[in-house]
Ligand binder design. Structure first.
Ligand code: ZN
Length: 378
């Protein structure tokens, strides 16, 4: 478990809010803020431990927990495969908060004015007519804050626990992509609602959290949109035909100079390297050669990567991209009928396809603007 470095802000914030121009530092106030921060920290910790322990119980490794001042994050390296596991793991955090709240309940009720205290803590708009003791305040806050944490995290908005649970449940009937679209759209809508609520309640923390939900949701939505776009592009549109290179083949023994010449002639970013039986061996990148190779007479042996992935032309571009990214190679070789090498797809060819919608709109405006400017000069 790690504490995120932004925790350094917590003592600074406590001191800042405990200082008044007239009285200087009000130490009892600083002590109270520190108690509050400690309480909140322990509630978040319990929440994250809930996720982590259930993940371990279900055999899904939770890599580590990083605690941020405003909330934690249990990082799950693999998405759990079974829907039930996913639901249990994401529900465990809010459930741990509810459990903590229920644990504090009998202790508060056992106090002389217990019921009245409970009512005032659970109702956010209620006025506290009593002056509770420190113990009573801690018990009341434990109940109220944990209920808020549980309810907030169960909102059906990505990336909150509730949104992830909803996505897991929708994945069966709708499929992963549509389920993700649903919860990310909900994330933006609910996030916007929370931002307005935060503004009306003049609660900067709520506004901040709401904006975070909106940003993460729209990023995830964009990712889904890009995947959909990739899947729709035919391989024929991006393939670099092997015939372009003709009989100019690169071997590990080829000289740096000859390969540089071929790069200059083709202006390809990456070129294939073959073995002595003319089977594809891997790829060499123009940039690597330009930056690392000094001597034109030495061989490219040290500068190429003997790794590639193979694909079929009828494969979808999304699947090919995932293969390239997964294997961390420069590109894929596309094999036609009878295993004949027909062409290549490189990472560089995929990047322009990932252009986001805002970028496209931006470019449209830019070209229009520069065209207008040009005509204005005339
Ligand atoms: Zn959670």
């Amino acid at each position: 478990m790690d504490l995120h470095w932004t925790f350094l802000f917590v003592p600074v914030a406590i001191l800042y809010f405990s200082w008044t121009p007239v009285q200087g530092f009000i130490w009892p106030m600083a002590g109270w803020f520190a108690t509050l921060a400690g309480l909140l920290f322990s509630f978040v910790l319990v929440h994250e431990l809930g996720h982590a322990l259930v993940a371990r119980w279900r055999g899904v490794a939770a890599e580590r927990i990083v605690l941020f001042p405003l909330g934690g994050g249990a990082f799950l390296p693999d998405q759990p495969e079974k829907t039930l596991d996913e639901v249990l793991i994401y529900a465990a955090g809010p459930l741990a908060n509810i459990a903590l709240s229920l644990l504090a309940l009998p202790f508060l009720l056992a106090r002389p004015e217990g019921e009245l205290l409970l009512r005032s803590y659970v109702n956010p708009f209620g006025n506290l007519l009593l002056t509770p003791t420190l113990t009573e305040q801690i018990l009341g806050l434990t109940i109220a804050v944990n209920l808020i944490l549980a309810a907030g995290n169960l909102l059906p908005a990505y990336p909150l626990d509730g949104g992830r649970i909803l996505r897991a449940l929708l994945q069966g009937p709708l499929g992963h992509r549509r389920a993700t679209i649903t919860v990310t759209v909900l994330g933006v809508v609910i996030g916007a609602g929370l931002a307005v609520a935060g503004y009306l309640l003049s609660d900067p923390l709520l506004v901040f959290g709401a904006l975070f939900i909106m940003v993460v949701s729209s990023l995830e939505f964009r990712g889904g949109w890009q995947r959909r776009r990739l899947a729709a592009v035919p391989v024929a549109q991006v393939i670099r035909p092997a015939t372009v290179l003709g009989h100019d083949r690169i071997y590990p023994s080829s000289t740096v100079g000859s390969v540089r010449a071929l790069f200059a002639r083709t202006s390809w970013p990456v070129l294939p390297v073959f073995d002595d039986w003319n089977e594809l061996l891997g790829f060499v990148e123009a940039n690597t050669l330009a930056n690392e190779a000094k001597d034109n007479h030495s061989s490219i042996e040290a500068y190429f990567e003997a790794e590639f992935v193979g694909s079929l032309p009828e494969e979808n571009l999304l699947a090919i991209t995932e293969k390239i990214v997964g294997a961390n190679v420069y590109g894929a070789a596309i094999y036609g009928p009878r295993g004949k090498l027909i062409g290549y797809i490189f990472t560089e060819d995929l990047l322009p396809l990932l252009d986001t919608l805002p970028k496209k709109v931006g470019r449209l405006f830019k070209t229009k603007w520069s065209a207008e400017r040009k005509s204005g000069h005339r």
